[in-house]
Design a protein around this ligand. Structure first.
Ligand SMILES: NC(=O)c1ccc[n+]([C@@H]2O[C@H](COP(=O)([O-])OP(=O)(O)OC[C@H]3O[C@@H](n4cnc5c(N)ncnc54)[C@H](OP(=O)(O)O)[C@@H]3O)[C@@H](O)[C@H]2O)c1
Length: 296
């Protein structure tokens, strides 16, 4: 598949779930040729195909491979290897999966048959297909592939109005682990805050309602000004007195709450310094208090 090829690739999907529908519908809206979709159940494939003129629906993955130049394997992560090994691939085609953490080498059976292999991971959480379609523009797609497939995938991402980052081989687990800091771990931190507030009688529901605008404001600050300049609060200013009050109070809650706070605070000091809110002398004073609190 050449980037310069004037004939747009015929695109197929194996696995017709949330991501497949979002991608297929989005690509079809931007005039791409979605030829076939297969899924474990015919109903899922038919739902995908119903919104795309000329798209064939079946339960036959081989039919998708035989009728497409570029195949998206959009089954659950644990099924990707089995699907890739279950069909006959051919020279000159390409196949990608959409998993964040799964290495592209899982598509090796296709590579052995002469197909180009790659990864196309939209970095967003998709609860249902319409959410996926609406959520795609603006979300980053992580692309892993050698040229010329890499360029082809860049063009598809651009058609979906998604910026891209490139992943080198072998780093997907690290990439995926890192993404947790902007997703599930934020929820874990909200729970930590809610647990603290519950100790003086605020319900989890009220805590979440109160904390969400703060979270949105924080995200907006980062979007506007970047990480260091987006930092607000004690560690943006270097308020040692406030830090000491926090440590004294959290030490009465217990070592777990205290240690988590100290680890996060130590990392926040690095950003506070970068922001220029205080000097290294003040930073070291704060670090010493935090390290002493960790040691107990
Ligand atoms: N959802 C997200 O937020 C998200 C975000 C980024 C990337 N991803 C990645 O995208 C990929 C798909 O995830 P998803 O959330 O779209 O999953 P999903 O909604 O659960 O859909 C998976 C689809 O694959 C079909 N399927 C399962 N086993 C199959 C097999 N052996 N052969 C053919 N079809 C099979 C299912 O079948 P039936 O419906 O036909 O029963 C289902 O339609 C995964 O690699 C995931 O890591 C997901």
């Amino acid at each position: 598949m050449q980037r310069q090829n004037p004939i747009p690739p015929r695109i197929g999907f194996i696995g017709a779930g949330r991501v497949a529908k979002g991608l297929a519908w989005g690509l079809a809206q931007s005039k791409h040729n979605i030829t076939a979709a297969a899924s474990r159940s015919l109903a899922s494939a038919e739902q995908l195909a119903a919104r795309i003129a000329g798209c064939r629906a079946s339960t036959d993955a081989q039919d998708v491979v035989d009728s497409a130049d570029l195949v998206f394997i959009t089954v659950p992560d644990d099924a990707i290897a089995a699907v890739a090994a279950s069909v006959r691939w051919r020279q000159g085609t390409a196949v990608v999966h959409c998993s964040g953490a799964t290495e592209v080498s899982v598509l090796e059976p296709a590579a052995r048959a002469g197909a180009a292999i790659g990864g196309f991971h939209p970095l967003q959480l998709f609860a249902d297909p319409d959410v996926a379609l609406a959520g795609l523009p603006g979300c980053t797609v992580a692309i892993e592939a050698a040229a010329p497939l890499s360029s082809q995938l860049e063009l598809l991402a651009a058609a979906l109005r998604c910026p891209t980052i490139r992943l080198p081989p072998g780093c997907r687990a690290r990439y995926h682990a890192g993404a947790h800091y902007a997703a599930g771990f934020v929820i874990t931190l909200l729970k930590e805050a809610a647990d603290l507030w519950q100790t003086f009688g605020v319900s989890r529901e009220d805590a979440v309602r109160a904390l969400l605008p703060l979270l949105r404001g924080t995200a907006a600050g980062v979007e506007r000004s970047g990480l260091a300049q987006g930092l607000a609060g004690t560690y943006s200013r270097g308020d040692v007195g406030t830090l000491e009050k926090h440590l004294e109070s959290l030490s009465r809650i217990g070592p777990d709450a205290l240690h988590l706070y100290c680890e996060l605070a130590l990392r926040s000091i690095t950003l506070g310094l970068e922001r220029g809110g205080y000097d290294e002398h003040r930073a070291e004073e704060m670090r010493a208090l935090l390290r002493a609190a960790i040691k107990g």
